[in-house]
Design a protein around this ligand. Structure first.
Ligand SMILES: Cc1cc2nc3c(=O)[nH]c(=O)nc-3n(C[C@H](O)[C@H](O)[C@H](O)COP(=O)(O)O)c2cc1C
Length: 342
């Protein structure tokens, strides 16, 4: 009997459904013992959010300041044949509860030399967040195995209205009856079960190096070239905003409110003006620098990791060099990818 540790957090239950769907074939096989660890922040995050609560988590999300968690239930010293880490993105970063887990001594102990497969459920921007998560996994000397990403299918500008309405009202149904239903489609969630047999096979044979190349043709990741550029630019600007807001105090400090209101204005400008502009710029760049953008798309699809691509990863001191050969085939030669960064 193989043993798989599944660590996840979900606020609305969307990611829980995705995890259950992906793992259904494993659960049904009777060959795998699934050990679920649902992260529980000591102070739960509100849902639905108010606009100020929603933006108040921004600096800590971006700066990867974890929150206190209820004690973890799993035994970090037990042997697991594989680990699943399922996370959602908050402000181009793993959500605060996931960041808290990644910084815990238990994560460091359990991930060492273990294959870690990530499952992401988000709106549509996960590239920068995943750089941070990969840095933490590699920092714990874990092996990057597969990466499965489920995201909203709605066009960016419509989708952002739908998700904002969902987050602020708690209702997923089509906002004003004109915007698309919020969140990841039910079909996509149900069909995510197609990834399960690939994971089951890897567990069974203890062969994780080829998992991502098997997941890619089944549609496990979709990298939108224009978001590579947009996320890179926006995360630099976000870093400035996070410092600016953070100077007024920590999470929930009343003195932050005026700056949070300014940030809300900026967010809408970024989404409605900068994102379409970045899409146009990338459209031109895609033709001028076709090979370079293509190699970045491949880098993200393959679940490779190169510390040089991430400007906001955990401090270098927290990222240890993995022992030779421990990170499977997913490590990219920094030189080759650096050459191809835009
Ligand atoms: C505070 C906050 C910030 C978010 N930022 C992003 C983001 O930067 N990129 C993205 O694709 N989705 C973003 N989302 C959407 C989440 O990734 C996720 O899809 C949604 O919150 C539902 O996840 P759940 O399973 O926790 O309910 C954000 C959600 C929240 C609550």
């Amino acid at each position: 009997m193989k043993k798989l540790l599944v660590v996840y957090y979900s606020q609305t239950g969307q990611l829980t459904r995705i995890v259950d769907s992906v793992l259904k074939p494993l659960a049904d096989s009777g060959q795998v013992q699934l050990v679920f660890e649902q992260l529980r922040p000591r102070t739960p995050y509100p849902f639905p959010w108010t606009a100020l609560e929603f933006t108040d988590v921004f600096p800590e999300s971006l700066q990867q300041r974890g929150c206190p968690l209820e004690p973890l239930q799993f035994d970090p010293d037990a042997h697991y044949d594989g680990i699943i880490l399922a996370y959602q993105v908050w402000y181009l970063s793993p959500s605060i509860p996931i960041a808290a887990f990644l910084q815990s001594p238990e994560a460091a102990r359990v991930m060492r030399n273990r294959p870690v497969t990530t499952i992401i459920g988000c709106r549509n921007m996960w590239l920068q967040a995943h750089e941070k998560v990969k840095a933490a996994i590699v920092g714990h000397q874990g092996r990057l195995a597969g990466n499965i990403v489920l995201q909203d299918n709605a066009p960016n500008l419509l989708g952002v209205i739908s998700i904002t309405a969902w987050m602020l009202t708690g209702r997923k149904d089509p906002f004003l009856k004109i915007f698309p239903k919020a969140g990841i489609s039910d079909d996509d969630i149900v069909n995510a079960a197609r990834f399960g047999p690939i994971l089951l096979n890897a567990l069974h044979n203890d062969r994780w190096d080829d998992v991502q190349s098997e997941l890619i043709p089944r549609g496990a990741v979709r990298v939108v070239p224009s978001y590579i550029l947009f996320e890179q630019r926006i995360s630099k600007i976000f870093a400035v905003w996070a410092k600016f807001i953070g100077r007024q105090g920590g999470a929930k400090a009343p003195a932050r409110k005026p700056r949070l209101r300014l940030f809300i204005g900026y967010l809408f400008t970024a989404i409605f003006l900068i994102a379409p502009l970045a899409t146009m710029v990338t459209f031109v760049l895609q033709h001028l620098k076709h090979d370079k953008i293509r190699s970045l798309v491949t880098y993200f699809e393959k679940n490779s990791y190169n510390a040089g691509l991430c400007g906001h990863c955990p401090p270098a001191s927290a990222v240890h060099k993995p022992p030779a050969g421990s990170a499977g085939s997913n490590h990219t030669n920094p030189r080759s990818i650096r050459k191809s960064a835009i």
